[in-house]
Write a protein that binds this ligand. Structure first.
Ligand SMILES: Cc1cc2nc3c(=O)[nH]c(=O)nc-3n(C[C@H](O)[C@H](O)[C@H](O)COP(=O)(O)OP(=O)(O)OC[C@H]3O[C@@H](n4cnc5c(N)ncnc54)[C@H](O)[C@@H]3O)c2cc1C
Length: 425
């Protein structure tokens, strides 16, 4: 028999839209409350407005993209994963295509198609959506959810409430972190919020400014904690990184896909009071000796050339000028005067171009919010709160953050769907 439970879903983002559709599909009276004037504003900006929905990676690889919290999602992904998501989207007209790195996008190239498909799922299944409806509090009586209180004071009754208010980043999309406060007021613990997938700031501000706009492809990045004596300690990335990638210099520091991917580890290390260096290998395909040998050949072929000019054959010209400035050789000497140990130093600079990381842009600038509602207080199959009966938690409001590649949205979709499956029954 179909349930007629009253299910309120808070937040019409990725998790909330699918949750409302699913709850209604199971026969619940689903009411979706969204504080903005439209649904899924973050979906619309995702993937540079193309929406990287999910990833084609096999499950085991997929789970590693969430770092140490990936294990929590294993059960969920066994129940509702990529195939189920893609079938649902396809039912509402969204065909997908796989791109570089297994990233799946709508074939139309329009994030709006994904948002609209989810909206149709929710409304055609019978969910009711109220916009400009900000929830302030979840009401609880003797450990059971009874409803919600709106910002204006109105109260609405419910048998179950799904909190899907997202993170605290890109606040113009509506994800302003309300859910963290609402959950904390109910006794849930919060893992500290930090920006993930965020540009990093550096101590060498003038150098960064000089390099602003320079983008490097096929480089590697390593985070290091310098040792007073002995070997520097490698700070592991939050999840496996591609072997090489792209880095971009900005007026405040360093960004680009590879840096965004490892940024959470840098944020955490700086928060822990560590000195953090980022070492760029500008020529990962060449060993130190190979670089020395090629430099030597070039010194001999064009002995009168100056260092910046020569380095332009190795790196973009602005960076060549900066590297020449950084090297004790300087910009003025003809390269035939460069001694062996100076050439070695130059090779070292190309293999280990270091920056001191001072922090990151603020939480609001991160593509994802790391931290959130502690996972130990949430059931990994039903996404029910372990503290309050009738409360379910889904999406980025949970302590889940992942690498770029479609993983954050898949987590939101899977947790939203399963939370609603449980809440509607
Ligand atoms: C620029 C950018 C690009 C991204 N690109 C990708 C990508 O391509 N692929 C990927 O996997 N991930 C991407 N992400 C991350 C991904 O978009 C999010 O992780 C995901 O949208 C989270 O879904 P959610 O439903 O939990 O939260 P959200 O999508 O943030 O939705 C939360 C909703 O709750 C509403 N809300 C908040 N508080 C209240 C309240 N008090 N009352 C009522 N409603 C409320 C908000 O207005 C919002 O609509 C990107 C993020 C950004 C910022």
């Amino acid at each position: 028999m179909k349930s007629r439970r009253e299910v309120i879903v808070i937040g019409a983002g990725a998790a909330g839209l699918i949750a409302a559709g699913r709850a209604a599909e199971l026969g619940a009276r689903a009411l979706l409350l969204e504080k903005m004037e439209e649904a899924g504003k973050k979906i619309l900006v995702s993937g540079q407005e193309r929406c990287n929905i999910t990833n084609a990676a096999p499950l085991e690889t997929f789970l590693t993209a969430y770092g140490h919290n990936g294990a929590f999602l294993r059960n969920a992904f066994h129940r509702f994963f990529r195939e189920e998501l893609l079938a649902l989207l396809q039912h509402y007209g969204v065909e997908t295509q796989v791109e570089r790195g297994g990233r799946l996008f709508p074939a139309s190239g329009r994030a709006a198609d994904v948002r609209d498909a989810l909206l149709r799922y929710a409304t055609e299944r019978g969910a009711v959506i109220r916009y400009r409806a900000a929830v302030q509090q979840i009401l609880v009586d003797q450990g059971n959810v009874t409803g919600v209180r709106m910002a204006g004071g109105e109260t609405l009754a419910a048998d179950a409430v799904i909190l899907a208010t997202g993170g605290a980043s890109w606040t113009s999309t509506g994800s302003t972190g309300d859910g963290y406060i609402i959950a904390r007021d109910l006794g849930h613990s919060l893992v500290p919020l930090r920006p993930a997938l965020v540009p990093l700031t550096v101590a060498e501000k003038a150098r960064a400014k000089a390099l602003q706009g320079v983008s490097l492809r096929n480089v590697t990045c390593t985070l290091l904690e310098p040792a007073v004596t002995g070997k520097d300690k490698v700070i592991p990335p939050p999840w496996p990184l591609p072997p090489t990638g792209e880095v971009l210099f900005t007026h405040f520091g360093i960004s680009g896909p590879l840096v965004l991917s490892l940024s959470l580890a840098a944020v955490d290390a700086v928060r822990a009071g560590k000195t953090v260096m980022l070492a760029l290998d500008l020529k990962p395909g060449m060993r130190h000796e190979e670089i020395c040998a090629r430099l030597q050949r070039e010194f001999e072929q064009t002995p009168q050339r100056k260092l910046p000019h020569l380095l332009r054959g190795w790196v973009p010209s602005t960076l060549a000028d900066e590297l020449a400035k950084l090297s004790p050789i300087g910009a003025e000497r003809p390269v035939h005067t460069i001694r062996a140990e100076e050439r070695d130093g130059l090779a070292l600079l190309l293999k280990n171009f270091r920056w001191r990381i001072t922090g990151a842009l603020p939480l609001a600038a991160g593509m994802v919010t790391a931290g959130g509602i502690a996972l130990k207080e949430v059931d990994p199959i039903s996404f029910a709160s372990r503290l309050i009966a009738g409360l379910y938690l889904a999406g980025e409001v949970l302590d889940i953050a992942a690498d770029t590649g479609g993983y954050n949205l898949q987590a939101a979709f899977s947790t939203g769907y399963l939370a609603a499956t449980a809440a509607a029954k």
